[in-house]
Design a protein around this ligand. Structure first.
Ligand SMILES: C[S@@+](CC[C@H](N)C(=O)[O-])C[C@H]1O[C@@H](n2cnc3c(N)ncnc32)[C@H](O)[C@@H]1O
Length: 231
């Protein structure tokens, strides 16, 4: 079974958003334009494409920390759904973790914003609800729930976009990285500032447990890292 990390060529270009929307939303669901209006914090089309393509090439478990209004979850789940459709195989669900309240991670967003309904609405409109398991709790609480619900399957694609404080980002990385298989991929959003940036400086590079393999050069900087060693 080939790992996602062996198949990262053209991760930004092999399917553009036009193709994704044609493949996935074209006829059956609302148009891609409607999906774009749903809101969320993934600002560049490139990032959405990368998440879609990563999920589409992943055969193992996918975990997302930080769903907000479901935009990134939608792209991950769309990748999984298309994979299941084209290979006629059972696809893993995207497990997403978010308490949906009290987001203090980034300036400009309201605190105590209730995003659960927007999330449910987005994944329903996109037609991907049945490919998503949502753990409606903090990543701290989800650690136990994850093990109880899923045993301990290795994660092949981990997307970290939750609590962006130094403590929060370290907690998420140090708790969920050990669950990623060697050769698995860790995607980190907002890599240029705050907690996510600190985590990358500490843990990604030569002689470190992960190696950066891709960086989007836009404001929010989604980065991809391959796990090469345990912590
Ligand atoms: C930047 S938003 C995620 C955006 C989403 N990935 C997207 O691109 O559409 C961060 C989210 O992390 C969630 N969050 C904050 N602290 C968290 C925690 N401890 N565990 C899990 N999620 C958390 C917030 O509720 C918020 O919805």
């Amino acid at each position: 079974m080939s790992m996602l990390s062996e198949n990262l060529n053209n991760i930004t270009h092999s399917l553009d958003l036009e193709s994704i929307s044609r493949y996935h939303w074209g006829r059956k669901f609302l148009t891609y334009r409607n999906i774009q209006l749903l809101g969320g914090t993934m600002h560049s089309d490139k990032e959405k494409c990368i998440l879609f393509n990563c999920a589409n090439r992943t055969q193992g478990q996918i975990v997302e920390i930080g769903a907000y209004k479901g935009l990134s979850t939608t792209y991950l789940a769309a990748g999984v759904k298309l994979r299941a459709f084209t290979t006629r195989t059972h696809a893993c669900h995207v497990i997403t973790i978010d308490p949906f309240i009290d987001y203090k991670g980034r300036g400009g967003m309201r605190e105590n914003e209730w995003t659960r309904e927007d999330f449910a609405h987005a994944i329903y409109l996109a037609g991907v609800s049945s490919h998503i398991d949502c753990l409606e709790m903090t990543s701290r609480d989800a650690e136990e729930a994850y093990t109880a619900d899923y045993g301990d399957p290795a994660i092949e694609l981990l997307f970290i976009d939750g609590d962006h404080t130094s403590e929060g980002a370290h907690f998420d990385f140090e708790t969920y990285f050990p669950k990623v298989s060697l050769g698995g991929v860790i995607a980190i959003h907002d890599s240029c500032y705050g907690g996510p940036c600190e985590v990358i400086q500490e843990y990604s590079g030569n002689d470190k447990p992960m190696r950066e393999v891709h960086r989007c050069d836009d404001e929010y900087s989604l980065t991809l890292h391959v796990k090469v060693a345990e912590l």
